[in-house]
Design a protein around this ligand. Structure first.
Ligand code: NAD
Length: 707
């Protein structure tokens, strides 16, 4: 009857037709423009046939349909809102046409039905789901809400409250939850699914009940004003930067008394608005960047040496964390230190983390025991010839690291990759002392290792591609996102972070109030403002790190004034660890440190800064955010990371850069390079930190962008 590249129609018995999604040449079904066009054509063919008694909707892939093709969004979202609205309204007619077929329809949901995939099932009269399948609307994760009739059909099926929960949480719902909610009609074992769906279809063809169902879902739905008010109150605080969930609630409330077609019109209109938000643009970009990194990961995995066993040198804060994470993720590890006390501490930390997993029900005791047994603490180099990768995490001292690495090179195999978790030393300086410098890589974890998702893999001048790929693959095996970067002071994340910190220190120097700076940047979307962040990192550490990194970049990052971090460090105000930094810290009943205002910090800083003066919020934001954009652009130009995607991902995962901005380069694109350059010009008197690169200026003139 119809055969396209994404779906086909096939006649079964008794006038029943199967509409099967089976995207040619790919492992998954998704909704792109072509598939939507084919769905429209299929519904036209079904209607034209005149003798169709019922339609069975199926998928030939493991997942039912995974959703819309997100790669098509970037082009679409650049259009004016009115064009997006018209486009979306037109796309949604494919589902309306299915909804309006003159015969009953039943969908067999065999696997994951997400976003548009789930919305597709809602346009049929009945749904049978495999017990192993899931349905869900994950659009808020992309800064969006459903746009193929999901906001129209789901509340008319399961009610407003549950619909709001499902849309705002964005989580997939297991089959049983879908049945309990009334989103599906039956559950079947996967092997019985097709027969069960056909059985249901034959039954409904025999009676007219499906017509009443349809009438109901084409009308208004009941909306309780109190429910909406409560949800609004819950969602409002997070909606400033991520407005999609709240916008969906407003849409539902507005569309509740409407007919299906009017509600669909409102959905297209609201969707076009949400698609134009900064959050949607950034979150879609983050998704696409993530896909690009996964693709790179596959190439790296192909180049990687096999990793069956690892070793960590140093059982301190970082070494202990690395050993634990490796073991939990099923790479057994030898943990070596020179002090028994450190080994004992490392093992007891790992044991505490495992106990927490067991008590919260995330792991059973036997698995926890096995994980702990796979960490082998020792003081010697016994069995080091069995390890495929080794991570050095001893004290941050170049001489110690050089001697430790030279020694260990003598006891591991010739193909063992040696990685250093240094945070500020240059990889080349360590590789220099080795017989096989091609095996030496940087592997920069963030603290705490088991929580922080990013690992910078640093390629020294002599590092082989195999060594870098092996360490990237090891990081992935540990559940981390690795980014391969070139050797330079601060690597990628701390290098880009340093100009932000200098911007902050210069604001203080010029008389700004650190509390107001924190407030401005937290309102802008940072999880914590720069002063609070330094307290958490440790003022002594931060002061040392910024001085080291800024010395590596000459005049551009020089601070020719005594900065606040140095002042506080000299006073022994190291931040949270001494309970005194920019703020004071007091333990609450649960022992968690709570931030308090410190009365005397401003007075202590006063001799080193200008008289207090008011700065506008925008000035405080620009003076910290612009130098970061420039440094990120420099890193791209210098090839510190290969792509804008890696730079933005690194900053989001390594630093907590606000996701709704998408990373410094995506943020620059959102502002427009011409605007960025103009604002930099405005701050030119503040020095080289605010000087855009020649390429940025050329990009601004050419109206081009990083993505
Ligand atoms: P730490 O002081 O907690 O631990 C260092 C451990 O190394 C100690 O247990 C010490 O006994 C051991 N050690 C010293 N010499 C050794 C040797 N020859 N062989 C084996 N063990 C030896 O330090 P840390 O905070 O875990 O830092 C370790 C490394 O990680 C440093 O290079 C640091 O710059 C880097 N790093 C630290 C952080 C952080 O936030 N702490 C973040 C990223 C990277």
């Amino acid at each position: 009857m119809f055969k396209g590249q994404s779906l086909y129609l096939k006649r079964l018995d008794d006038g029943i037709v199967e509409l099967c999604f089976d995207r040619q040449g790919e492992a998954i079904n998704k909704f792109d423009v072509r598939t939507i066009d084919e769905l429209k054509a299929a519904t036209v063919a079904l209607r034209a046939a005149g003798d169709v008694t019922g339609v069975l909707v199926t998928s030939a892939k493991d997942a039912f349909i995974v959703g819309a093709d997100i790669f098509e969004f970037t082009g679409l979202f650049k259009l004016p809102a009115a064009e997006i609205e018209a486009f979306n309204a037109d796309q949604a007619t494919a589902f309306t046409q299915l909804d309006d077929l003159p015969c009953p329809t039943v969908t067999a949901i065999n696997g994951l039905a997400l976003g548009g995939g789930f919305e597709m099932t809602l346009a049929s009269d009945y749904r049978v789901i495999a017990s192993t399948a899931q349905v869900g609307l994950p659009e808020v994760g992309l800064g969006l809400f459903p746009g193929y009739g999901g906001t129209v059909r789901l509340p008319r099926l399961i009610g407003a409250e549950l619909t709001i929960d499902w849309i705002s949480a964005g989580k997939p719902q297991p089959a049983a939850a879908a049945l309990a909610a009334g989103a599906v009609d039956r559950i079947a074992e996967p092997t019985e699914l097709r027969a069960a769906a056909l059985d249901l279809l034959r039954n409904v063809i025999a009676n007219d009940e499906w017509r009443a169902r349809r009438t109901k879902r084409h009308g208004a739905f009941e909306a309780n004003a109190e429910t909406f008010a409560a949800v609004r109150a819950r969602l409002t605080p997070s909606s400033k930067h991520l407005p999609a969930a709240l916008a969906a609630v407003e849409l539902l409330q507005q569309a509740a008394p409407c007919s299906r077609d009017e509600a669909a019109r409102l959905e297209a209109q609201a969707f076009s608005k949400i698609a134009k938000t900064q959050a949607a643009s950034s979150l879609v970009r983050i998704f696409i960047n993530d896909q690009a990194l996964k693709k790179k990961g596959k190439t790296e995995a192909n180049l990687s040496r096999p990793i069956k066993r690892a070793a960590v040198l140093g059982a301190g804060i970082m070494g202990g964390g690395i050993a634990y994470t490796s073991a939990v993720r099923k790479t057994p590890v030898i943990m070596k230190d020179i002090a028994q006390k450190a080994l004992d501490l490392g093992i007891s930390e790992a044991s505490n983390l495992l106990t927490r997993q067991v008590t919260t029900g995330r792991m059973d005791q036997s698995r926890a025991d096995a994980v702990l047994a796979s960490i082998k603490p020792q003081l010697d180099y016994n069995e080091f010839d069995t390890v495929d990768v080794l991570v050095e995490a001893v004290v941050e001292n170049i001489n110690v690291k050089r001697s430790v690495l030279r020694e260990v090179e003598g006891v591991v195999r010739a193909d063992t990759v040696l990685a250093s978790n240094t945070s500020s030393l240059v990889i080349a300086d360590m590789a220099d002392v080795l017989q096989r410098p091609e095996n030496m890589v940087g592997m920069h974890f963030f603290n705490p290792v088991h929580m922080m998702p990013l690992v910078e893999v640093i390629r020294g001048p002599k590092t082989s591609e195999v060594a870098a790929s092996t360490i990237a693959t090891y990081a992935r095996a540990m559940g981390k996102t690795p980014i391969i970067v070139r050797d330079c002071p601060g690597f990628l994340v701390n290098r880009i972070f340093t100009p932000y910190a200098i911007g902050f220190l210069q604001l203080l120097r010029d008389g700004a109030d650190f509390i107001k700076i924190d407030q401005a940047l937290e309102a802008f979307g940072w999880p914590m403002g720069p002063a609070y962040l330094q307290d958490v990192i440790g003022i002594d550490t931060a002061s040392h790190v910024f001085d080291t990194i800024s010395n590596g970049y000459g005049a551009r990052m020089q601070m020719d004034f005594k900065h606040a971090l140095a002042v506080l460090a000299e006073l022994g105000h190291f931040g949270q660890k001494t309970q005194r930094g920019f703020y004071r810290y007091e333990a609450d009943a649960k022992g968690r440190l709570q931030k308090q205002l410190a009365d005397d910090t401003k007075a202590l800083l006063q001799p080193f800064v200008a008289a207090p003066r008011e700065f506008s919020e925008i000035e405080m934001v620009e003076r910290t955010m612009l130098p970061m954009i420039i440094e990120a652009a420099r890193c791209l130009e210098e090839g510190v990371a290969e792509t804008a995607a890696e730079i933005d991902t690194g900053l989001i995962l390594g630093l907590g850069y606000p996701r709704h901005l998408g990373g410094p380069l995506q943020y620059a694109d959102w502002l427009g390079l011409d605007h960025v350059v103009t604002r930099c010009e405005h701050y030119r008197d503040l020095g080289a930190l605010y000087k855009p690169t020649a390429r940025m200026i050329a990009m601004a003139t050419a109206n081009s962008s990083f993505y």
